[in-house]
Design a protein. Structure first.
Length: 499
């Protein structure tokens, strides 16, 4: 059986806690790997390695950092298929989807390669007589990232490349459900020339998480995951004096107006709801259809959903793979089996789906629930599976109010041909990311990703300008140099004057 150990100080370090976690192949249900679960002492060792590396990395030149990152970007590009294969083997998503994940992660590596312009600072000369003021940004020290199972390569790459480009050192705690991609990313970074200890990977469960959240040498924590855990991460790390960006869960809505291209809207709904088996925080899980076109839209969604090919992620024919674990599959199924009792019309029920030859895999088919009420479990909870809820509203205003009443505010979309309605929506909807005829509005790397309300805890979104600001802190320097022709200024107890 394959064993995944920690990566500390530029090398593989065998787990010493005696605790191991199982890693399954979601397509077969078989345990293929064991992953070391770190003790507090092992987390201490990773943080110590990062702290030691920071003594030199924190003062390294921008030229040195970016040259390494350019080499790293080339290695990642050359190994796209290898990274994607690891994702498919442990997460289950189809290979093409895994390649897309790697590509989106590479966007942030490319952003990090251009960090020189992001850290230029500002200068104002002669703000007062012979006084200049400059503003600079400096690194924090050791920072940590805690990442989810659904994007085991992309989300870590949303964090550590930018953090180390800014001069920090990094300790990554990836999901223990699919740990191999994180180690491979660290190995490639070492091959690119990243000094030992700048990037460390420590595997584990709540013990490792709590050790990072309370460690006195960790200056900041980045997190992506569910809302309850994001709230806990934010509260615990903040109480221990750390800055925190904790991205939580979502219930992303797609509002479809009567003038929309319904074929395009149906295509988008199926792609956004069922891609990656619905295990995306940006998945569309609730379509809000204006009543006059709701029946037609539901029919179009059903027609398309019935044609999706489900199978092992390494089969080129497969369009959707299994869910990450059997327990998660069973939980997702309960939302479908209990939907009718809570007033929904079950248009498609995927709970009995299996794949010939892979009967022990974590399979579930596509489910479509119509006429869902806002007080039902299927609507209120983040299901994180291939279940799409359709709700109905009579007007734009009613649909908008329904969306804004949700406690989540991650992403949302509107489908319409009316530019005025689209403009109103982007200004009036309470969400951090908005798509206009775009169902999954994940920003490109040079803009920042993040939601509102219970989808984000902390003040900074991830990557983009917010990411640079999160991984650095500002310093303002006021300088006066005496003119050689002038004498001593003398004592002045008055308030400093600038004019």
């Amino acid at each position: 059986m394959k064993t995944v150990n920690h990566w500390i100080g530029g090398k593989t370090v065998e787990g010493a806690s005696g605790n191991w976690g199982p890693v399954t192949d979601p397509a077969t249900g078989a345990v293929t790997t064991q992953v070391a679960l770190a003790s507090t002492e092992e987390v201490d060792a990773a943080v110590s390695a990062a702290k030691e590396a920071y003594a030199t990395w924190g003062t390294s030149s921008l030229a040195q950092r970016t040259s390494i990152l350019f080499r790293y970007r080339a290695l990642l590009d050359a190994h796209r298929d290898d990274i994607a294969a690891l994702i498919t083997a442990e997460h289950g998503k189809v290979h093409s989807d895994a390649l897309g994940e790697v590509a989106r992660g590479l966007e942030i590596v490319e952003l990090a390669c251009g960090i020189t312009t992001q850290l230029k600072g500002e200068l104002s000369t002669q703000v007062s007589n012979r006084v200049d003021v400059s503003a600079i940004r400096q690194s924090l020290g050791v920072v940590a990232g805690i990442t989810p199972f659904n994007f085991p390569a992309m989300v870590p790459m949303w964090m550590f490349p930018l953090a180390i480009a800014c001069g920090n050192t990094f300790v990554l705690k990836p999901s223990e459900k699919d740990p191999s991609p994180a180690n491979f990313l660290a190995e490639l970074a070492a091959e690119a020339g990243l000094p030992d200890g700048v990037l460390n990977v420590v595997h584990g469960d709540k013990v490792a998480v709590d050790a990072l959240l309370t460690h006195p040498d960790v200056a900041a924590v980045s997190f992506v995951g569910s809302t309850p855990i994001a709230r806990y991460i934010h509260a615990t790390a903040s109480a221990n004096g750390k800055r925190v960006q904790a991205l939580g869960g979502a219930k992303n809505h797609m509002l479809v107006l009567p003038d929309a291209d319904l074929d395009a809207a149906a295509d988008a709904a199926v792609s956004a709801a069922y891609g990656s088996a619905g295990e995306r925080c940006m998945a569309i899980s609730a379509v809000v259809a204006i009543s006059s076109i709701a029946d037609e839209l539901v029919d179009k969604i059903r027609e398309r959903a019935e044609k999706i090919k489900i199978g092992p992620g390494n089969d080129p024919v497969s369009e959707m793979g299994p869910l990450i674990t059997k327990a998660h599959r069973d939980k997702v199924a309960t939302y479908v089996t209990g939907a009718a009792a809570q007033g929904a019309e079950v248009v498609l029920d995927g709970t009995g789906y299996t794949v010939d030859g892979f009967e022990d895999g974590h399979w579930i088919g596509l489910s479509l629930l119509d006429k869902v009420s806002t007080d039902s479990d299927a609507y209120r909870d983040e299901i994180f599976g291939p279940v799409l809820c359709v709700l109905r509203a009579d007007t734009y205003e009613e649909g908008l109010a329904l969306i804004n009443a949700s406690p989540y505010g991650n992403g949302t979309a509107i489908f319409t041909r009316d530019g005025g309605a689209a403009r109103r929506f982007q200004l009036e909807v309470e969400a951090g990311m908005v798509g206009v005829n775009v169902p999954i509005p994940v920003p490109v790397g040079y803009h920042s990703f993040g939601g509102w309300k219970d989808s984000l805890f902390g003040d900074h979104h991830i990557y983009g300008n917010d990411g640079v600001h999160f991984y650095t802190r500002g310093k303002v320097v006021t300088t006066r140099w005496p003119d050689p022709s002038e004498g001593h200024i003398g004592v002045d107890l008055g308030f400093p004057r600038n004019h």
